[in-house]
Design a protein. Structure first.
Length: 197
């Protein structure tokens, strides 16, 4: 006898009118705000794999430029956002450390695109992330996570620094803010629609 989905499964998989489920990666370097972003925007309780950072990790994870970080994602984050009666986004947040890169390939399978979160004070940390997304053949948009006290950066300077193609969208967001995060995702979805036509 086949039973229906459990209550837990029903919380994550919605039955009904949705016709298109879209897998989106939320990626970025260590401590850029991926877990915060998904937590701010998900319409369900997000699934997170945050663990307390240990002394052993201090020799592996570069904490330069990161104040007060005590936890880190060790597998993935997951959230859901319905953007219309027909389209629901399933958001998969990747760990940012180099030591977890082997997990990215599996997570990239079936993804339509990626939102790359960038810290404007640590742009060089984004190079390896963008390289991986391009290697997996995913279209992407850049979301510059504006941290408290950080100066706003000129878009053209950011594009030059990140060596972006002319049609790659660049938006500024606050990963803590639901509306700002939603606007960044909508920018990515519109870009993916444009690329599909």
């Amino acid at each position: 006898m086949v039973s229906g989905p459990s209550l837990d499964e029903q919380a994550y998989v919605r039955e009904g009118a949705t016709q298109t489920a879209v897998k989106i990666l939320v990626v970025g370097h260590f401590a850029v705000g991926k877990t915060t972003f998904i937590g701010a925007i998900s319409e369900i309780e997000p699934l997170t794999t945050e663990e307390t950072m240990t002394r052993a990790a201090e020799s592996v994870d570069d904490l330069k430029g990161v104040q007060g970080k005590t936890t880190t994602t060790v597998a993935m984050d997951f959230g859901r956002l319905t953007i219309s009666d027909r389209v629901v986004l399933y958001l998969f947040g990747t760990p940012g450390q180099q030591r977890f890169v082997q997990m990215w390939e599996d997570m990239a399978r079936g993804a339509l695109g990626a939102l790359v979160l960038v810290d404007p004070e640590r742009l060089a940390d984004s190079f390896a992330v963008i390289d991986l997304i391009e290697q997996y053949g995913l279209d992407y948009a850049i979301a510059v996570n504006h941290f408290d006290g950080a100066p706003l950066r000129d878009e053209m300077a950011l594009r030059d620094a990140l060596d972006l193609l002319e049609d790659t969208p660049v938006v500024t967001c606050d990963a803590r803010d639901e509306r700002s995060s939603a606007d960044a995702l909508i920018t990515l979805v519109r870009h993916l629609q444009d690329r599909a036509h």
